[in-house]
Design a protein around this ligand. Structure first.
Ligand code: SAM
Ligand code: MD0
Ligand code: SF4
Length: 352
């Protein structure tokens, strides 16, 4: 067992993508020494592909209203919580402030707020994207939930470089339990439509929502079929007031191992270490597993929320570039420049 495990690691290090069966093995092994070897290999692969550079993403959750009722989400329609919808000027100001702080991309995220976009009209969303694009000289990711097929060309023209929409799981039965009353194929097709219009896509899964190891392996392979340029795994954190509030969160080790396996399979893709789970103190473990983007950087005192952790480390200023830089220093890593990020995007567009 362990020698074949080591073979998988050495072949990965030579640039060979593990097979489905090998992915299952990497995700299942229990020996802590072997898991440690997996993490070391993932880190080495990141170094081979990206050197010591890490990308930083600013997160602007501009509306927390949502028409959906996802069982895992704090912002689900049925949860009686305070919500906000930021005016355009505030969104632009925050995006400008994030740009000044020296990050690489702005992620414009919303609940499926009917006042901003619906299957019938998404004018307001297009306006927000094009205004941010006009004021800020950074690539833009948009995470708006689902849109009708005809929206994607317009979203691209408005200035969206990336479209993020996480399936959470590629097990259809489990999807039904998580994303209540939502259509699996419609959500999956979002990514195909976005790609067709020239956007890069991010795919993602949640860890600890009832999936098994095979489901995780399936998702990792599907991320490749989709040609997602950024792929993520986030541990599910139970949210107050939701049907899944009583579930126990897994410890973060399964997410961290999944990040490492994703790095072996998707060697030249971006893989986030999100601040939205454990805040700044969780960055190191995720980077040590081969992640190369720090997401969910939120400026303090702007009444902006996170998603899985709606407050953690925001108003104390810990989700900031300065804090991240000091973490990176200790790991021999540094923040990528704007031109490093643009080279990555250029490489992706040449592959398209
Ligand atoms: N409303 C849009 C959507 O659902 O696609 C954009 C919001 S996006 C930030 C929501 C993502 O946050 C989900 O796809 C999920 O990956 C993550 N998320 C939400 N609730 C979570 C929770 N309780 N634990 C971990 N991740 C969560
Ligand atoms: C994050 N809270 O990066 C954000 C969010 C949406 N594109 C990203 C889940 O962790
Ligand atoms: Fe709405 Fe997105 Fe939360 Fe689902 S995950 S309830 S679509 S904000």
């Amino acid at each position: 067992m362990s020698s074949s495990f080591q073979d998988i690691l050495s072949r990965s290090l030579e640039g060979h993508q593990p097979t489905y069966g090998e992915v299952l093995e990497l995700l299942s092994v229990e020996d802590p020494y072997l898991i440690n070897d997996l993490l070391n290999t993932a880190r080495e692969i990141r170094f081979k592909r990206f050197g010591n550079k890490v990308f930083l993403y600013g997160f602007v959750y501009f509306s927390t209203h949502c028409r959906n009722d996802c069982g895992f989400c704090y912002y689900r329609r049925s949860n009686d919580i305070p919500r906000y919808r930021k005016p355009l000027d505030d969104i632009i100001n925050v995006a400008e402030q994030l740009e000044d702080s020296g990050i690489n991309l702005i992620d414009l995220t919303m609940g499926e707020d009917p006042a901003i976009s619906s299957q019938k009209s998404y004018r307001n969303l297009l306006r927000i994207v094009s205004e941010v694009d006009e004021h800020v000289d950074l690539p833009i990711m948009v995470s708006p939930g689902t849109l009708p097929p005809e929206a994607f060309g317009q979203l691209r023209s408005a200035g969206a470089d990336w479209f993020a929409c996480y399936q959470e799981t590629h097990n259809r039965d489990l999807f039904k339990k998580l994303r209540l009353d939502q259509d699996y194929d419609y959500r999956f097709n979002q990514k195909l439509w976005a790609k067709k219009e020239g956007m890069m896509i991010e795919e993602g899964i949640m860890i600890g929502v009832g999936e098994d190891v095979k489901d995780r392996a399936d998702s990792i392979m599907i991320m490749g079929d989709l040609d997602a340029k950024q792929v993520r795994a986030m541990t599910f954190l139970p949210q107050e007031g939701t049907p899944m509030q009583g579930r126990k969160a897994l410890d973060f080790m399964e997410e961290i191992r999944t990040i490492a396996v994703m790095r072996l399979v998707h060697q030249d893709k971006l893989i986030p270490a999100s601040l939205d789970l454990e805040g700044i103190r969780g960055v190191k473990a995720r980077l040590m597993a081969g992640a190369n983007v720090i997401t969910s950087i939120v400026p303090p005192n702007k009444t902006l929320a996170g998603v899985a952790q709606h407050e953690l480390d925001i108003d104390n200023g810990m989700r900031s570039k300065e804090q991240i830089e000091s973490e990176l220093d200790g790991l021999g890593l540094r923040v990528a420049s704007e031109s490093d990020y643009l080279s990555f995007l250029k490489k992706c567009s040449l592959e398209a």
